[in-house]
Ligand binder design. Structure first.
Ligand SMILES: NC(=O)c1ccc[n+]([C@@H]2O[C@H](COP(=O)([O-])OP(=O)(O)OC[C@H]3O[C@@H](n4cnc5c(N)ncnc54)[C@H](O)[C@@H]3O)[C@@H](O)[C@H]2O)c1
Ligand SMILES: [Zn+2]
Length: 359
């Protein structure tokens, strides 16, 4: 079923369309929306290895003048140093300010293509066609883009809204399990912080174990994200609640060698750990962490670190977070499942707060 949402920020208005099978009509849809425009598709090689033939069919049969720029898969392609080459390829293609950049891939492609669209010729139209669950429910909507610097991730970036977002949930069928589960951690996060019904529907869906219902789950997450960014498109207020599980999650990602925990796994552990710490402090309803543990396990996500992990030491990495200067941390806690809130804490108090294992 085709479902559309209109995102109305004070900067721009655009549509998010979610529909299984949408990709099979993408060519005509683009030709109708952007007649006579050139389109530069930015994607990665893994996505190309699966979808290049259909993409070519779509764009060629709709008579679109387009080019393909394919980057290696993975976070490195989001590096600032890939930009000059991207700009050169766009110049070779003679893309003008009236033309379009289409991001076709996961969050890495969405972020670097978004940054490119925001900065090339001071801004060209951007279309997001997300192909991972993470990008569908989070990265493709909201206009945040980013590039990694040698000093750290996402240290450069802009807010630049896309003109259209086209979500075809069928893309998730080709995702490796671990990448699907990574996205599921963010979906569970939406349920925890904003929507208790979504949380319990996720539990029911897991017990059916037939892969059904993903289309409506994606739509509901997009609806939540729409409501948040319409209130706070620059991440100063309610949007910070989307960081639930991420403070400790980022500590885990920083502390362990790269590849030990994926982002979704780190966030999953971050969410459970934060729920337990919240319960311990009397700020989170009893049993919240147990419910969360059950749901994370149902989606084969981890919820805790090994018993010998030094939580104090791991949480110290919060002090080196380049995006969070100052002494205060805005922690996201749960009052209960479905209701998150912001809680300010001194950075120096964080280790004792989060380390639920100490008495
Ligand atoms: N801008 C935002 O608001 C925002 C929000 C969340 C995350 N992000 C960013 O998103 C990135 C993570 O995104 P991600 O998890 O999508 O990672 P990703 O883009 O690296 O994709 C993960 C892997 O899946 C492959 N892939 C993509 N679609 C596929 C498909 N349909 N079938 C098979 N394989 C496919 C990719 O080639 C890649 O190897 C991070 O850089 C993060 O910072 C941005
Ligand atoms: Zn995340």
């Amino acid at each position: 079923m085709r479902q559309t949402l209109t995102i109305n920020t004070n900067l721009q208005k655009y549509t998010v369309t979610t529909e299984s099978g949408l990709f099979k009509r993408l060519g005509n849809t683009l030709a109708n929306l952007f007649p006579g425009k050139k389109i530069a598709v930015i994607t990665d090689e893994t996505v190309m290895s699966i979808y290049e033939e259909e993409l070519r069919n779509q764009l060629d049969s709709a008579d679109i003048n387009w080019t393909l720029i394919s980057l290696p898969p993975g976070e490195d392609s989001k590096s600032f140093h890939v930009l000059p080459d991207l700009y050169s390829k766009l110049l070779d293609f003679q893309l003008t300010r009236g033309d379009v950049i289409l991001a076709f891939g996961g969050g890495v492609i969405g972020d670097i293509a978004g940054f490119t669209a925001a900065t090339f010729l001071r801004g060209v139209s951007l279309i997001q066609v997300p192909t991972t669950l993470m990008a569908m429910v989070d990265a493709s909507i909201g206009g945040k883009n980013g590039a990694n610097l040698p000093e750290g991730r996402n240290l450069a970036g802009t807010f630049y809204q896309p003109q259209e977002v086209f979500i075809d949930p069928n893309f998730v069928r080709t995702l490796p399990d671990e990448i699907f589960e990574d996205g599921m951690a963010e979906v569970i996060k939406y349920g925890c912080v904003f929507d208790a019904d979504l949380f319990s529907d996720l539990m029911d869906r897991a017990s059916k174990n037939d892969g059904s219902g993903i289309e409506s789950i994606i739509y509901r997450c997009c609806l939540i994200k729409k409501q948040i960014i319409e209130l706070d498109c620059r991440d100063y207020g309610i949007a910070m609640l989307l960081n639930f599980g991420h403070t400790f999650g980022h500590c885990i990602e920083d502390y362990y060698p790269e590849g030990t925990y994926s982002h979704g796994e780190a966030v999953a552990i971050g969410m459970y750990t934060t729920a337990l710490a919240g319960e311990r402090a009397g700020l989170t309803a009893p049993n919240t962490a147990t419910l969360l543990k059950k749901l994370l396990s149902a989606y084969e996500l981890p919820y805790e670190l090994p018993s010998d992990a030094d939580i104090q030491k791991i949480s110290e990495t919060v002090k080196h977070d380049k995006k969070r200067r100052g002494n205060q941390l805005n922690l996201v806690l749960l009052e209960k499942i479905g209701k998150g809130f912001l809680y300010q804490i001194e950075k120096t108090e964080y280790a004792d707060f989060i380390d639920y294992r100490i008495k």
